[in-house]
Design a protein around this ligand. Structure first.
Ligand code: DX5
Ligand code: ZN
Length: 221
């Protein structure tokens, strides 16, 4: 895959009118819905679970939903999110005692699987599971909150992850999450990312940009 995908993170959306927010951002050109699940344990924040994913599907969202699990443990939630309509389910290796098993659980549940790497988490977790991942997600901030600044060392890590993907010959997406803005996305793409999460840069832009939607900010991306 070499096409670029934009994945707005609904963490920065207006949760009181989430369906409409997601409809608008997809109508403005977003490719994937990034769905941040936080448990106040693995990360110091608490967000949304499978019921909200299911509600978006019932609302009529047909775009891929990219579920980013920031929870520990992960296994118990995999089946619930698969039933709720997740497309991708990604998790942090530190949050699973049996990474290979959790990746297999994701695929067995019919979803695409991925591992997420915190800024200081080594890519060596991939060594024996490249055949079990459909996505590699590099965090470019410490997880837990939107609106943080992109950590520059992620660029070198993206290049290393891209090399691993090329060497494997596999069809694996390389996603980046945290501090992605209109003015740094080109550099991030040059480092090898093909899937870009953007939360505050998209949903925070509504007031400044459009009265009715996300057309101008999505056009900039
Ligand atoms: C952070 C989340 C991100 C967050 C990104 O833990 O995983 O998806 O929403 O927000 P921005 O784009 O504002 O850095
Ligand atoms: Zn995320």
């Amino acid at each position: 895959t070499s096409d670029f995908l934009i994945a707005p993170s609904i963490l920065s959306a207006d949760f009181a009118r989430l369906g409409e927010e997601v409809d608008n951002v997809l109508a403005s050109g977003a490719d994937i819905v990034h769905f941040d699940v936080m448990d106040n344990h693995f990360v110091p924040n608490l967000t949304i679970g499978p019921m909200v994913c299911e509600a978006l599907r019932k609302h009529g969202v047909t775009a891929p939903i990219d579920v980013h699990l920031m929870v520990n443990p992960v296994d118990r939630l995999i089946g619930d999110f698969a039933e709720a309509g997740a497309t991708y389910i990604t998790f942090h290796p530190e949050a699973s005692d049996h990474i290979d098993r959790s990746l297999q659980l994701v695929r067995d549940s019919g979803c695409k699987s991925g591992l997420v790497f915190n800024p200081a988490t080594p890519l060596s977790y991939l060594d024996y599971v490249m055949d079990k991942v459909d996505m590699i997600l590099l965090m470019s901030v410490n997880p837990g909150f939107g609106g943080q600044s992109f950590i520059p060392s992620t660029l070198d890590k993206l290049r290393q992850a891209r090399q691993r993907i090329e060497a494997s010959g596999r069809d694996i997406r390389l996603e980046v999450d945290g501090g992605v803005k209109v003015d740094n996305i080109a550099e991030i793409a040059r480092a090898g990312a093909d899937t870009f999460v953007a939360g505050s840069a998209v949903f925070g832009a509504r007031q400044q940009h459009d009265a009715n939607g996300y057309d101008s900010v999505m056009a900039e991306f």
